[in-house]
Design a protein. Structure first.
Length: 343
């Protein structure tokens, strides 16, 4: 099939317990811009059991069409069943761009689809754009250890596919009542022919932190000196009602667990307020926090790259500045009778 016969931007709509996951709505926001530039429809791809109703949410977040495969065989995510459904849709409708959330299931599905239909896939994309004349998706992500941003093109195969982590793109405001076309398809698979069975779903109940949804993140880096110095981060977080975050070097030093790491190989966060304390601002860290609304950086090096993304910068020793901030916040809180809110 000729390349120019592929048309349309698709977003894989991941659903969990009857709800569309946030990253899919964020990708509809990003996909809408690409579709408008290319002058093609934006479509959601929704698979599951009893999921057709969710099309409403997909339309209200920017889609023109929703491809639905509703079948009990799709009740739980399994690579084989979901890949079969998605590949059937791709082969029948020929999208030119297909975006997936970089969630465990999204990454699994995207790579299985890419392999099966022989196309390219850019993982963990942080910027999406399109060359309208050539109809090429420009998927940018940190590369070579994060020292450069690489823009990856898929010139010879379709669809052009990318995964994007949660919180990197922005969802459009919900447009109540916005609607579109539902295209229903069926899946040609029988349960007895599926090799994988889901016996039990065990949720990760150990995860103590929810960095992704935090309104205030107080993150510390190697500049705190040692584990004892890093305690200042916990103290400041407590006094401002924030969640502790960390650079990878801090995690590798064993001062705190990996679940607190912000950045390319950690969490992507978009709080209203992000403190970066004793953090140099390496690109791998910055890609995980640059979309925070306000960034306050504290660093003793005036040329530290973190100041390039900071809203406010304080040049100085964290061991001197942070205790002063804690003291100030505490006294403000005492004045207001413990009713302070910083966001
Ligand atoms: C493939 C790959 C993936 C990666 N993924 C991640 C990731 O997800 N997240 C991440 O964070 N990193 C990641 N990294 C590592 C990243 O490149 C940096 O090495 C790391 O972010 C640096 O951590 P840091 O800023 O805490 O330490 P440093 O780079 O050592 O910076 C310490 C900073 O503290 C300042 N400082 C020193 N003393 C003080 C003081 N007393 N007061 C105030 N400031 C002070 C210094 O001026 C310096 O700017 C990754 C690297 C690779 C190769």
């Amino acid at each position: 099939m000729e390349m120019d016969q592929y048309r349309g931007v698709w977003v894989y709509i991941e659903q969990e317990e009857g709800k569309v996951v946030d990253v899919s709505l964020e990708l509809l926001g990003a996909g809408r811009k690409l579709a408008d530039k290319l002058d093609v429809p934006l479509s959601g791809v929704l698979l599951g059991d009893n999921v057709k109703e969710l099309s409403k949410v997909v339309f209200e977040h920017g889609a023109d069409q929703v491809y639905v495969i509703d079948d009990p065989i799709l009740m739980q995510y399994r690579t084989e069943t979901y890949m079969t459904g998605v590949n059937m849709l791709c082969k029948k409708y020929h999208p030119e761009i297909f975006l997936y959330g970089a969630t465990p299931n999204g990454k699994d599905l995207a790579s299985a689809v890419a392999t099966d239909i022989s196309t390219g896939l850019t993982a963990d994309t942080t910027i999406l754009d399109v060359d309208v004349d050539k109809r090429l998706l420009e998927a940018s992500r940190p590369a070579f250890g994060g020292n450069i941003m690489a823009t990856i093109l898929c010139k010879k195969h379709r669809p052009q596919m990318a995964t994007v982590r949660p919180k990197v793109m922005k969802a459009l405001p919900r447009e109540e009542g916005r609607t579109g076309e539902v295209i229903e398809e069926t899946i040609d698979l029988k349960e007895e022919n599926v090799r994988t069975k889901v016996l039990e779903i065990v949720k990760n109940v150990n995860k103590k932190v929810n960095l992704q949804d935090a309104h205030v993140v107080v993150a510390g880096g190697k500049g705190l000196g040692d584990e004892k110095g890093f305690k200042l981060i916990h103290e400041l977080a407590e006094v401002v009602g924030g969640t502790v975050g960390a650079s990878r070097d801090v995690v590798e030093a064993g001062w705190i667990g990996h679940e607190y790491q912000v950045g390319q190989t950690g969490e992507t966060v978009t709080p209203k307020l992000y403190f970066a304390i004793g953090i140099s601002g390496a690109i791998q860290h910055v890609v995980g926090m640059k979309n925070s609304e306000f960034i306050i950086a504290i660093n003793k090096d005036p040329d530290a790259p973190i100041f390039d993304v900071a809203t406010y910068g304080i040049v100085g020793d964290a061991h001197v500045i942070v205790p002063k901030l804690i003291e100030q916040f505490r006294s403000l809180e005492n004045e207001k009778g413990g009713e302070m809110s910083y966001v």
